[in-house]
Design a protein. Structure first.
Length: 36
């Protein structure tokens, strides 16, 4: 196992989780704005 590739793969997975999470937060904010 090459340790050099591990941080890059982990970092990309974290970025994807953050990106998906920010999209879900924006959707929730739009829903809450519409309900107000």
């Amino acid at each position: 196992m090459n340790v050099g590739f591990l941080p890059l793969e982990y970092f990309s997975r974290v970025l994807i989780k953050i990106f998906k999470g920010s999209q879900e937060i924006m959707i929730e904010m739009k829903i809450s704005e519409a309900s107000v």
